[in-house]
Design a protein around this ligand. Sequence first.
Ligand SMILES: Cc1cc2nc3c(=O)[nH]c(=O)nc-3n(C[C@H](O)[C@H](O)[C@H](O)COP(=O)(O)O)c2cc1C
Length: 408
Amino acid sequence: MKVVLGVSGCIGAYKAAELVRRLQQLGLDVQVILTRHAQEFIRPLTFAALTGKKVITEMFESGSAPANLESAVEHIAVADSADLLLVAPATANLLGKFANGIADDFLTTTYLATKAPVVVAPAMNVNMWEHPVVQANLERLRGQGVQVVEPDEGYLACGWTGPGRLASTETILARVRAVLGLRDDLAGETVLVTAGPTCEDIDPVRYLTNRSSGRMGYAVAEAARRRGARVILVSGPTALEPPPGAVFESVRTTEEMRQAVRKHLAEATVVIKTAAVVDFRPSAPAREKLKRTSGRFELELEPTADLLEEITRADGQRLVVGFAAETENVVENARAKLRSKKLDLVAANDVTQEGAGFDVETNIVTLLTRDGQEIPLPRLSMFEVANRLLDEVVRLRAAARAAPAARG
Ligand SMILES: Cc1cc2nc3c(=O)[nH]c(=O)nc-3n(C[C@H](O)[C@H](O)[C@H](O)COP(=O)(O)O)c2cc1C
């Protein structure tokens, strides 16, 4: 989901930098627009560094003509792509322009052009805040469906005391969550997700791996972030971008994945192991590239570490979720894995089914829980599967809190 964050010209503009970080930690994509006067208080570079994106500061490109129509009408593209337009802090001037349809810069034009919900968080001197024109503009905006996050009372930068201080980041985020329908039922949890394949070298140029794309694990990591969890993503090589705000550990071999999991295990309250680790590795990887021969070639393999077993054996009251990719007797095999590995939840899928398995954007899984539930899910997007899985995680965590029991 994309939040377009407008920042206008007041002392509290620096607080928008922290807000960007916190929005990203909810898994949101943030595009920043600065008014001309906002740039007197904070530099675009700060936001460019935080978001990794160009910060929009001008309505018209200076110098040469725009490269194409899309870049010429960027304000429409930005307005269309927004799931939320948030202005924090919003000056009295900006509220006046919004309320009266003045569109003389990028931010005010985006306001008129967007169909996304709009939230404004005003910040100003108490006398400005109490001015009848400002209050009338706010009433008008509320009437147009704009949500106003009321400023806090307190000592203001101008030396006055009273209402006018930008609402706290927590209050603004709570409103963003509510408007976007984001749940925070994983707040307080640290979710460790493993994803992707691992690689085991045969020689310096060849290796054993598997067809895991990492998509399921990345979807779980992103969904958990959006639901308020702190997320640690340990991933083998994939072509995917880690979700913003997640702690990211990039690994290649099963041993590296094992070390990264060990490093973070103590912090984790939930472990979701979606990674497809290579089960066997060459017993003695060659130091030099193996030469092509005409005869048979035998490769001796040895088992790699069983990460799942190590995780469930480790101390700590954490919930452990595994995935079982099967090609036959899916539910029976997955239930056996649930028991033998002492898992709390297994997501079982038949990788031979169309719409499940490798190289697809969807998955078809059955969730099996330690407390005997069997929940077959229809074909769903990876992200929806992730959320259904997390629904069960939330339920099992709540049950465990209500009746703490030793794993056994
Ligand atoms: C030091 C300083 C602090 C300011 N603080 C605020 C403020 O907190 N709230 C506000 O509405 N205007 C404030 N202003 C006035 C705005 O910067 C001014 O109205 C400007 O035109 C706003 O432009 P913009 O809404 O396009 O960003 C301040 C001006 C200065 C010089």
